[in-house]
Design a protein around this ligand. Sequence first.
Ligand SMILES: [Cu+2]
Length: 165
Amino acid sequence: MKYIGIMFILTGWLLSSGAVQAHGSSHHGAVSPKHTSGNRELKAFGQAGDPSKVSRDIQVFMDDKMRFVPGTININKGETVRLRIENRGAVMHELVIGTQDELVAHAQMMRKTPGMKHDAPYMVHVNPGHTGEIIWQFTQSGSFQFACLIPGHFEAGMVGTVVVK
Ligand SMILES: [Cu+2]
């Protein structure tokens, strides 16, 4: 019985660490450096943008009311934009672009793994009083979302919409 118990614990440990690794490689790990031209991961909502092709800057504000201003961003299909994301709050916030399903799954992962480090060209973490940026090309029309996935923030409604036409 003792042996089976140990096996069970080991299996559980392997599964959980495997899940974290899978998350790392699919979302955050092995991501090419920001703003480089080669090896871009194509997402349902587009790909990392080329800074030389930015057609406009879009200012987005975040604060501790758990809201983005503006809450909706309109983009022309194919357009490369620079999101300039200012954190006017007193705590860290982030902006992660994704499909609704991706963001819900990602938020769940964040709750399970507090303090998880993550990075990708479609997200930025911004310390209080700072401004971060994302350069992104929206290659597909549709309705997408951006959210702060810090546990508690997403649940409080820190979600916005990107409409690409
Ligand atoms: Cu937040």
